[in-house]
Design a binder for this molecule. Sequence first.
Ligand code: SF4
Ligand code: MG
Length: 329
Amino acid sequence: SPPLLQVNDLKKHFPVKSGLFGRKSEFVYAVDGVSFEIARGETLSLVGESGCGKSTVGRAILRLFDITAGQVILDGQRIDDAHPGTMRQMRRRVQVVFQDPFSSLNPRMRVRDILAEPIRNFGLAKSAEDLEVRVTSLMDTVRLPREALNRRPHEFSGGQRQRIGIARALAAEPELIVCDEAVSALDVSVKAQIVNLLQDLQSEFGLALLFISHDLAIVEHMTHRVAVMYLGKIVEIAPRREIFAAPRHPYTRALLSAVPLPEPGAQRNPIILKGDVPSPINPPKGCRFHTRCPLVFDRCRVEEPVLRATGTEQWVACHLEDGAVATSG
Ligand code: SF4
Ligand code: MG
């Protein structure tokens, strides 16, 4: 059977006006040729600095806008150009948990109605009793007291609100949840609780997660694989073990060097990158990372590296991996 999700050469270019009096029309190359798969029950983390395009990938999968090019395929069916009837079911199967549950939960609605809404929208309840059973069991699932069903979002802490956000996502009985910086705004201890909850739910329901995060320390605890993005492209994709123990792309190494080691007092050698991330309106020619790469050489400035397999499951886009086998992408 096909993988749960396939993303093929996805591109999203946003038009912008720039120049004197905004007379120049240009494009932000937010996502510029991204391919990956997610298996059923798998967590793939999409990491990188803000502006690298990781949220745009998540939004493209959620069909929050039309994509510029490429394909998004859920369970063998294209969802980037699906007709409305198919789209409805596709929308049910892919849900989202955003960073800020406060802004994504309607403050005037009681938790009961917040959870009932997707159940009704997707026609999942067979009766009023069934709806009530579903809503109360969702509270149990995310470890919130049932009496909280009658309260409104502002009466909860940040962590509790995120549990409501997760319950709302689960209400649709999804197979994939896009978590866009879902724990980034929470305190460290609350973060760990929500991550543990997501992991429990994953094994309970066989959920796949696309975990979008800039926080590699959190990712290390919960992911199966990691895709590292830089300026709209994936530069490395590999299982967790390889990414954290043997990162190969110079950008992955720099990102990881800033992640604290678990042993107290232990420290990685920090790799400080020079300069800022260049504008995605005019990304550098050749390797997009060449303006900041500590290992840059002539070829990097003219030729774009493609993702190559360096191990069975590790793929790296860097000319230093030239001996490896290139893909068509
Ligand atoms: Fe650095 Fe060149 Fe590799 Fe790009 S291709 S990451 S510039 S060594
Ligand atoms: Mg973002």
